[in-house]
Design a protein around this ligand. Structure first.
Ligand code: HEM
Length: 254
């Protein structure tokens, strides 16, 4: 059981997460978006979104650096295991609460606004619920972590995470005896990686910071049945033979 969840499942989740994201980008590039609902209701979005995104980004950076940096790097920098554990608890705790409050506002808005609810897919609501559940589990791990502030449990998580990426066959054994709350948190985290390509979370990979400065614009779909001739070809034809006035009037507007 331990071997499956922490030795095999990580590879299943990573494989589906990575291959699925590439396949979606290749097959359905136009579904690769944040699906922002700002147009429908701005209220609650700005504050909720800022709190959620800042919190989650701090957590991601913390998890990435904290779990995947070899322990000897911290030792070489003179950062004790206890100091690293305390930083994870304090910084992760503050960021986790910010993300939970912001995520709660986003969920409330999505669930209670009839227009946003109607335009939300099952995946939109499910992924937000999963992230909120993951934040609650993550914050609950802090209670367990407070019992070992010397950092010796944290070293086990680092050995496990790094073991997964170095194809260490016994990686799962490093966390065989950790508290259940950590295991639940890790399994849900891996599940989020697995479903990632099927949700709007893919927008993370495009780092859509241009949204902050984008000018307003509107996409208009033409009802034209026949595609327009290519621009170059149309120009050449027009120059060779100017269209009669009646024809020009019959052309639909661009
Ligand atoms: C596969 C993905 C994930 C893994 C393996 C993972 C692992 C862990 C571990 C081992 C801890 C305990 C750190 C310690 O105290 O030493 C932790 C804490 C935490 N995690 Fe995760 N996690 C994952 C995904 C997530 C996600 C997606 C979120 C948020 C949406 C999250 C939020 C938190 C929070 C708030 C804490 C408590 C604060 C902290 O210690 O940083 N985790 N996680």
């Amino acid at each position: 059981m331990n071997q499956f969840f922490f030795g095999t499942f990580p590879y299943i989740a990573l494989a589906i997460g990575i291959v699925g994201s590439i396949a979606r980008y290749e097959r359905d590039p136009f579904t690769w978006k944040t699906s922002s609902s700002q147009l429908l209701r701005r209220k609650q979005l700005v504050m909720g979104s800022i709190l959620f995104h800042v919190g989650v980004l701090v957590i991601f950076a913390g998890h990435f650096v904290g779990l995947l940096t070899p322990i000897w790097v911290f030792d070489a920098l003179g950062i004790s295991h206890g100091a690293k554990q305390t930083l994870a608890v304090v910084a992760g705790g503050i960021a986790g609460i910010m993300a939970l409050v912001g995520g709660g506002m986003l969920f409330h808005r999505r669930w209670t606004d009839p227009r946003i609810r109607k335009t939300s897919s099952f995946a939109d609501i499910a992924i937000l619920a999963m992230l909120l559940a993951q934040l609650v589990l993550g914050l609950l791990t802090i209670i367990a972590s407070l019992g070992h502030l010397d950092g010796h449990e944290m070293v086990k998580f680092m050995a496990w995470a790094q073991g997964i990426f170095t194809l260490d066959g016994v990686a799962a054994s490093h966390i065989a005896d950790v508290a259940l709350i950590f295991k639940l948190h890790i399994v849900l985290g891996l599940t989020i990686i697995l479903v990632f390509p099927f949700t709007r979370l893919v927008h993370m990979l495009s780092v859509p910071v241009r949204y902050f400065t984008r000018p307003g614009y509107q996409i208009v779909r033409s009802r034209r049945q026949v595609p327009l001739p290519e621009r170059g070809a149309a120009l050449a034809t027009a120059q060779a033979k100017p269209a009669p006035a009646s024809d020009a009037a019959a052309q639909p507007a661009e």
